[in-house]
Ligand binder design. Structure first.
Ligand code: GLC
Length: 554
C-alpha cells in the first residue's frame, strides 16, 4: 500500500490553500465560489497538489472573512450550495485531490442561532452558558470583566448594555464559545461527523490553541494583556494553549479514526516557537499542527538553518510530519515579505501598515523562487497559499475605504490588515477581472500590475515561477516524498557560511546560496534537477550557484 492510500497520505503531501472568495468566480458577482474552484481543478491537478484546503465557505456575514460562521453545516449562498460542494468533492476525488475544510470552533458568528438566543436570554440562563458572559467590574458594571484584549485590537469584552459583557477574542461579531459547556462539545462532534460523512478528507482547526480557557470565577487578568497568544510556555495562560484543550482533540481523534482512511486534522496553534505546539500533533489528538517558524523567518542562511532544524527535530520527536508554510490568508504575501533586508524584524513588519518601503521587489521575487525549492525540498507536509505559485506580491495599493479586514477598524487605523494577500487571483493577463470572472466585478479591486503575474501569462513559459512550482512539485514525488524512510542530513560547510544545504535518502541534495552578491561553486552532483534561477533551463549545468538561488541536485 502506498502512503497515498493509507492514513498517512498527508505526511508528504502538498496542500494548496484556497480562499474561496478570491480564487475564481463562476457567476460573476465579484465573490469567488465553489463552482469556480471546481472549474479550476485541472489547473491544480497540473500543479500536482495532493489536497486542497478550503478556507470557510459557510453562511457568514463576513465580518472576518468567513471565520465568523453562522451555520456550520451549510454553504453560504454567495459561494454556492450543498450540491456544488458535493460536486467539488467528487470532482477533486476523481482527480486524486483530497479535500480539507476549515472548522472554526473557538467562536461563532453573532448571527449564529445560539448567539441570537443567548443575547435575548437572561443572564445566567443555559442559552448564555454556551458563550462567555460576565458582569462588568465597577459599581454599575461600567468596566470590562478583565483586561483581556481582542486579537484585532481593543477590549475582548463587548458590553450588552445592562452591565453584562460577552467575550470575543477576535471581532465583536465573533463571540467566543464556552468549551466547558457539554452542549458545545457535543455540537462540534456532530458538525465534524456531518462533514466526514459528506466525504471530506480532513480538517484545519482554526485557533486550535484557544478553545479551553480558564473561566473559573473570578476571572484572572493577564499579566501583560498586549501579548497575543500564550504568555508562558507552561499552559498557565488563562486563554491560550491550556492543557485542558487536549481532551477536546482526543475526543475528535476517536471520531476521525472511525473512518477509513482516518480523517486528517491539523491545528492552527500560534505559539512562540516551542515543543508545546507539537502536543496538538500527538497520534491520539489532531495528528498534525502548523508550525509557522519558516513563514516568520526573514531571509537569511542562519535563521533558516535554525528554524528548519528545530521544526524537523521537534516534529520527529512527536512522531508527526513537519509542516512547512511560507504564507496564508493572514500574513503578507511571501513574494513581498521575503524582500525585506536580511535580518529585518519580520514581526514588526507583519503588523505594520504594510507600506514598508524597505521591501526590494527584485530580491523578493528571486528569494521567493528559492524559498519554493527550500519548502518543497523538505520532507513533510508543504502548504502553498493560492497565488504563491504565481509569485504574486502583496497588494499595498488598497485604500482605506476598500479595506474589509476588521483589523483596520479595531486597531484604530494603525494596521491595514490582511486584505492585501486576499485580492482575487489573476488568471489571465487581460479581460474582465483578469479572468477571475467574466463580468469584471471583484470584491477587492485588483491592481493593474496583476496582469504580469497572471497564470495564463506564465503557463508553459520557461523560467516563470509557475513553471518552477510545477516542476518542483512533480519532482518532489520521486525525490522528497518517500514515506517512512525520510531523513535529512545537513551538509554544513564552514568555509561557505552562506550555503544552506541538506541531503535526502533519495540522493537529492538541496543547495541554497543565501548570499545577495557572491556566487558559490556548485556543490558536487551528477545532474541539476531544477534551479530557482529564472534563466535556468532543463539540461543546464552551471558551474556556479548564483546569489539567492536554490538548486536540487541529483
Ligand atoms: C485564524 C484565521 C484568521 C481568523 C482568526 C479568527 O487565525 O486564520 O483568518 O481571523 O483565526 O477566526
Amino acid at each position: 500500500m502506498s502512503t497515498h492510500d493509507s492514513n498517512d497520505w498527508w505526511r508528504d503531501a502538498v496542500v494548496y490553500q484556497i480562499y474561496p472568495r478570491s480564487f475564481a468566480d463562476s457567476n460573476g458577482d465579484g465573490d469567488g465560489d465553489l463552482n469556480g474552484v471546481t472549474d479550476r481543478l485541472d489547473y491544480l491537478k497540473e500543479l500536482g497538489v495532493d489536497a486542497i484546503w478550503l478556507s470557510p465557505f459557510y453562511p457568514s456575514p463576513q465580518a472576518d472573512g468567513g471565520y465568523d460562521v453562522a451555520d456550520y453545516c451549510a454553504v453560504d449562498p454567495r459561494f454556492g450550495d450543498m450540491a456544488d460542494f458535493d460536486r467539488l468533492v467528487a470532482e477533486a476525488h476523481a482527480r486524486g485531490i483530497r479535500v480539507i475544510i476549515d472548522i472554526v470552533p473557538n467562536h461563532t458568528s453573532y448571527l449564529h442561532p445560539w448567539f441570537r438566543e443567548a443575547i435575548a436570554a437572561e443572564p445566567g440562563s443555559p442559552a448564555r452558558d454556551r458563550y462567555v458572559f460576565r458582569r462588568g467590574r465597577g459599581e454599575h458594571g461600567e468596566l470590562p470583566p478583565t483586561n483581556w484584549l481582542s486579537n484585532f485590537g481593543g477590549s475582548a469584552w463587548e458590553p450588552c448594555g445592562d452591565g453584562w459583557y460577552y467575550l470575543h477574542l477576535f471581532a465583536r461579531e465573533q463571540p467566543d464559545l464556552n468549551w466547558d459547556n457539554p452542549e458545545v462539545r457535543a455540537e462540534f462532534l456532530r458538525v465534524l461527523r456531518f462533514w466526514c460523512d459528506r466525504g471530506v478528507d480532513g480538517f484545519r482547526i482554526d485557533v486550535s490553541h484557544g478553545l479551553a480557557k480558564d473561566l473559573r470565577d473570578p476571572l484572572r487578568d493577564r499579566p501583560d494583556p498586549t501579548v497575543l497568544g500564550p504568555q508562558a510556555d507552561d499552559g498557565s495562560d488563562p486563554l491560550w494553549d491550556r492543557d485542558e484543550v487536549h481532551a477536546i482533540y482526543r475526543a475528535w481523534r476517536r471520531l476521525f479514526d472511525e473512518y477509513m482512511p482516518a480523517k486528517y486534522a491539523i491545528g492552527e496553534s500560534w505559539h512562540p516557537f516551542s515543543p508545546r505546539i507539537f502536543q496538538y500533533a500527538r497520534q491520539d489528538e489532531l495528528g498534525a499542527v502548523f508550525d509557522f517558524s519558516l513563514q516568520k523567518a526573514a531571509w537569511g542562511r542562519d535563521i533558516y538553518r535554525e528554524v528548519i532544524a528545530r521544526t524537523w527535530d521537534y516534529a520527529r520527536q512527536a512522531a508527526t510530519a513537519p509542516t512547512w508554510v511560507l504564507g496564508n490568508h493572514d500574513v503578507p504575501r511571501v513574494a513581498s515579505r521575503i524582500g525585506l533586508p536580511v535580518g529585518a524584524d519580520i514581526d514588526t513588519w507583519v503588523t505594520s501598515d504594510g507600506t514598508d518601503p524597505a521591501v526590494d521587489p527584485v530580491a523578493a521575487q528571486r528569494r521567493a523562487r528559492a524559498a519554493a525549492l527550500i519548502m518543497l525540498g523538505l520532507p513533510g507536509t508543504a502548504f502553498i497559499y493560492q497565488g504563491e505559485e504565481l509569485g504574486l506580491p502583496e497588494d499595498f495599493d488598497l485604500t482605506p475605504d476598500q479595506l474589509r479586514d476588521p483589523n483596520w477598524e479595531r486597531s484604530g487605523h494603525r494596521f491595514k490588515g490582511r486584505d492585501g494577500c486576499r485580492v482575487p487571483l489573476p488568471w489571465t493577463a487581460d479581460g474582465p477581472a483578469f479572468g477571475f470572472n467574466d463580468t469584471g466585478a471583484a470584491w477587492l479591486p485588483q491592481p493593474d500590475w496583476y496582469a504580469g503575474y497572471a497564470a495564463s501569462a506564465q503557463d508553459g513559459v520557461d523560467g516563470s515561477i509557475l513553471s518552477l512550482y510545477r516542476r518542483a512539485v512533480g519532482l518532489r514525488r520521486e525525490w522528497v516524498a518517500r514515506g517512512a524512510d525520510t531523513a535529512m542530513t545537513w551538509l554544513d560547510d564552514p568555509s561557505e557560511p552562506q550555503l544552506l544545504s541538506w541531503r535526502l535518502p533519495s540522493g537529492l541534495t538541496v543547495a541554497v546560496n543565501c548570499s545577495a552578491d557572491r556566487g558559490l561553486p556548485m556543490p558536487e552532483h551528477n545532474r541539476v534537477l531544477v534551479s530557482s534561477a529564472a534563466d535556468w533551463r532543463d539540461g543546464d549545468d552551471p558551474a556556479e550557484l548564483a546569489p539567492e538561488t536554490a538548486v536540487w541536485l541529483a
